[in-house]
Design a protein around this ligand. Structure first.
Ligand SMILES: [Zn+2]
Length: 405
């Protein structure tokens, strides 16, 4: 989709000649807009959602997962093929679940204005004390899904990775995750006050993971990964390599089911098994969670909150899991490249790998920088009012049609 009125057209490339440095650019907040491809039907409001946004049945979490019939099923099949022997005994429930073509209506939570969520920053004194202690505090907190590696140099390559800032950054990221976990509302995007975009990759690790990592390192991009438990076996070294870059690690269940089709007990089993698999490879708890197929209900939300995790969805779907072309992936991403966007992609798709250079080029042209989800939560957090609006709380909503996550 062309964007003749693209407000970014006038922006100089902040990256300079080498095109790899993520410079900060001035950002004129764009008007809220919608993806041209987004169907109105998917945006039906749910009158049953309770004022607190949690009491009513969440139609997004209905029994019908969002998933393309053919594309998603073939996606799962492709992923299955790459799963190592150790995991081969586990069927991907999602393959069957994704055969349902109906996309659940979106829950747009109560739009009643609420007090803006005010983040409580760690005091400078506390930070100074911890810095003096020189302890790998992120690890000590035990909550970081990723942290500055105690085994090697700090390698976080996002825009916040200035010298001496990593420990403070890590503390603030951990604290932000804790705050949002207590809030218990799914996150769809950041505030959009900073020129940041969170690129997220689901369903790994995978045979393509090392190629993704090498490309992302070349692009100096920090990203967030939502891993499927059954895919981790045999790829532990890759997970560690990703961890040591300071990227965010999230869990994506053990077997990739549509959680809302399961009872609460089965959901908890799936989520906890996925967490254990990630923790086993990472050596630390994982605190970000993404439900497959965007399928979650009140049980899911409660369990994720109980586990001290933050449920992370997205406001931009590249549709890469549906088997679309590289050009289509780039087009979708471009439509959603706005401050605060959380972009859904998959670590299992060759075309996604091929699309990334063009996406990064466009980000540089627009003065946008890649950050992890926890960086966004810490330094450009969505307000509680935003969270309660769901997708409508984001600057853009590029989630057309069906997708599998
Ligand atoms: Zn997935």
């Amino acid at each position: 989709m062309t964007r003749p009125d693209d407000p970014f057209e006038r922006r100089p490339d902040p990256a300079g000649d080498d095109g790899r440095d993520w410079g900060y650019g001035d950002w004129d907040e764009p008007a809220r807009e919608r993806s041209p491809g987004h169907g109105d039907a998917a945006r039906d409001r749910d009158p049953d959602v309770a004022p607190d946004g949690r009491g009513g049945a969440d139609p997004r979490g209905g029994a019908d997962p969002r998933g393309g019939a053919d594309g998603a099923a073939s996606d799962r099949a492709a992923t299955d093929g790459a799963v190592d022997d150790a995991a081969s005994a586990d069927d991907h429930v999602g393959a069957d679940a994704s055969a349902d073509d109906d996309r659940p209506a979106r829950s747009t939570r109560d739009a009643t204005p609420r007090p803006v969520y005010v983040r409580r920053r760690i005091t400078a004194v506390a930070v100074a004390v911890l810095l003096v202690l020189g302890v790998p505090v992120a690890l000590a907190l035990g909550g970081g899904d990723d942290a500055t590696s105690a085994d090697g140099p700090p390698l976080l390559q996002g825009p916040l990775a200035t010298a001496g800032s990593l420990t403070v950054d890590r503390l603030e990221r951990d604290a932000a995750i804790t705050r949002f976990a207590k809030l218990g509302l799914p996150v769809y995007c950041g505030a959009g006050k900073q020129p940041w975009v969170a690129l997220t990759f689901d369903d790994g690790p995978h045979a393509l993971s090392s190629r993704f990592r090498e490309l992302l390192v070349r692009e100096r991009a920090a990203v967030t990964l939502f891993r499927q438990g059954t895919n981790i076996g045999g790829h532990e070294a890759e997970v560690v390599a990703q961890r040591d870059l300071g990227w965010d690690s999230g869990s994506h269940t053990q077997n990739h089911p549509a959680l809302a089709s399961l009872d609460a007990k089965a959901q908890r089993t799936e989520i906890e098994a996925g967490n254990r698999a990630s923790r086993g490879a990472l050596g630390r708890p994982v605190r970000l969670f993404r439900p497959p197929y965007e399928s979650h209900d009140d049980d899911t939300d409660r369990i994720v909150k109980d586990l001290g995790m933050v449920q992370v969805l997205w406001n931009v779907d590249t549709q890469d899991a549906l088997g679309v072309s590289k050009d289509r992936i780039v087009e979708q991403a471009k439509a959603g490249l706005h401050p605060g966007s959380i972009i859904l992609m998959h670590e299992t798709k060759e075309r996604t790998l091929e699309a990334l250079p063009a996406i990064f080029a466009e980000m540089r042209r627009r003065g946008l920088q890649p950050v992890t989800v926890s960086q966004m939560l810490a330094h450009d957090p969505p307000s509680e009012a935003q969270l309660r609006k769901g997708f409508d709380g984001c600057l853009v909503d590029v989630t057309p049609g069906k997708a599998s996550s």
